[in-house]
Design a protein around this ligand. Structure first.
Ligand code: FE2
Length: 488
């Protein structure tokens, strides 16, 4: 067991003038929110104000190659919600831990900032929440006036491409941020020619530098594929014909295909009328896996068992077989989407799932790769579209991570102590290392009782060991969505 060296660096906090540092929950939201929401309590509870700090205490030793910034996006409502609140609604707050192992005085700094979307700024001026959440009807008056029925919260994930950092939300346009200051620079960085929303999970092809992305919508065209070339120019736009509108959070790519799962996660105005959110689950419609040729040509669709998929790990082609690995639930977690509970029931837990599509025989085989209970699959991103051996997932109860060896079929577990919670693990490879798991995992960790958060640095090849470094942040960080590494 690796022992942590006590490399304590004195803490020097700098609190921005005009912002209040608070160790407790977001007081305005708690006091003004009339109905309870599981997404405003416990580790979901928002924090109050933007802060920054330098000279963070580092226990252990920072690997020398970790020079850059770990970023994590997630919801943090600025004002008490007008109506019912879902986790997906909160204003995007970006948490950045900037690392420089060569700086003895301050090897780690922290900063958090809201993404200044147009809706955020409008609510700032009003001093209150103006937009409905996703459990409510969209603002028809805004739609009639050509605006958005819901606020683009920019709270989900990032794209780091060509030195640009975009904050993403799948219902609208990306926002471009300054990767250093986290200031919002541009609310519409997409080139002309792309209409509609932009997924929270675009894929960068490591061979070509292209960004392959999509947008989905409740009205036609239900699905649209786009490609930005390595200069950021819009290279291709294709409408993809679907029989109905479905929720499509993620996809995957191979060098030749964009890979979609058309699952019966339908839009349901009836559910919205009944206060259950806008999505429905119709397993009788079945599921399909689609291979859309990236360079043109007709998509091919293959029947698969209906399941609910939010995130993919990766896809690749070996001979005539296209493989997709995703995190699959046996059914749509309606209770979670309707906001009545925060996490799926035990029988609905997601698990890593493999689909193999033989292009010659049109035969599909599918099945689980591990026990239920993990989500947010991540991998070495420069293997996107290539055969992948190692996956890293977050336990669905946030109590630790799993490392999956897809070749051996084995799973290593790193569990947190009782009361602690963790976030998605981002893999940072050792530069020039060829081993797929030669690198470190970075993940936010939240101690119990609203204590200050930590950033853990875990050596991927020594996954079961203690983290090689723990960076102590100045206050707690709410549970959030996706992160990325911006190399320095
Ligand atoms: Fe996601």
């Amino acid at each position: 067991m690796r022992r942590l060296a006590g490399n304590a660096v004195g803490i020097l906090l700098i609190i921005l003038p005009g912002f209040v540092m608070s160790d407790g929950p977001h007081p305005a939201v708690r006091s003004a929110f009339g109905r309870r929401s599981p997404f405003l309590e416990g580790h979901y509870a928002p924090v109050d104000g933007e802060i920054e700090a330098e000279g963070l205490r580092v226990d252990g030793s920072l690997p020398g190659h970790l020079r850059g910034a770990f970023l994590r996006n997630g919801p943090n409502p600025r004002f008490p919600p007008r109506g019912r609140y879902h986790w997906f609604d909160g204003d995007g707050m970006v948490h950045a831990v900037v690392l420089d192992p060569s700086d003895e005085r301050s090897p780690a700094r922290y900063r958090c900032r809201y993404v200044r979307t147009a809706g955020f700024e409008e609510e700032q001026r009003a001093g209150r929440s103006l937009f409905p959440g996703l459990l409510e009807w969209p603002s028809l008056s805004r739609v009639v006036c050509g605006g958005d029925g819901y606020k683009n919260s920019a709270n989900t994930a990032f794209l780091w491409h060509r030195g640009q950092l975009w904050a993403l939300w799948e219902g609208g346009r990306p926002h471009r941020l300054d990767p250093g200051s986290l200031a919002t620079l541009d609310g519409n960085p997409l080139p002309p020619g792309w209409r509609g929303a932009f997924t929270a999970h675009p894929k960068i092809d490591p061979r070509t530098g292209e960004v392959v992305f999509f947008g989905y919508a409740p009205v036609r065209p239900y699905l649209r594929l786009g490609i930005l070339d390595c200069t950021g120019a819009l290279q291709a736009v294709r409408d993809i014909d679907l029989p109905r509108s479905v929720m499509l959070h993620d996809f995957a790519i191979t060098p030749d295909y964009a890979v979609f799962l058309d699952m019966p996660q339908t839009f349901s105005w009836g559910n919205l009328l009944r206060g259950r959110g806008v999505f429905g689950w119709r397993p009788e419609l079945g599921g399909r896996l689609g291979l859309v040729p990236r360079r043109g040509g007709e998509p091919r669709w293959f029947p698969v068992s209906p399941g609910s998929v939010f995130h993919t790990l990766n896809a690749w082609q070996t001979g005539s077989v296209v493989t997709l690995v995703a995190s699959r639930m046996p059914r749509f977690p309606a209770e979670v989407l309707s906001g009545s509970v925060a996490e799926p029931a035990p029988e609905d837990q997601p698990r890593l799932w493999r689909y193999d599509v033989d292009l010659e025989s049109s035969r599909v085989t599918e099945g689980p790769l591990d026990d239920p209970g993990s989500e947010m699959p991540r991998m070495r991103d420069d293997r996107i579209g290539q055969p992948t051996r190692f996956a890293y997932t977050l336990r669905t109860d946030f109590r630790g991570w799993r490392k999956h060896d897809l070749h051996l079929g084995t799973t290593h577990r790193l569990d947190l102590p009782e009361g602690w919670t963790g976030g998605e693990a981002v893999f940072v490879p050792v530069p020039s290392a060829t081993g797929e798991d030669q690198g470190h995992l970075l993940a936010l960790v939240q101690p119990p009782a609203d204590g200050p958060a930590q950033l853990w640095v875990i050596e991927a090849r020594e996954f079961d060991d203690e983290p090689v470094a723990r960076i102590h942040l100045p206050r707690r960080v709410p549970a959030g969505f996706h992160g990325c590494w911006v190399g320095g």
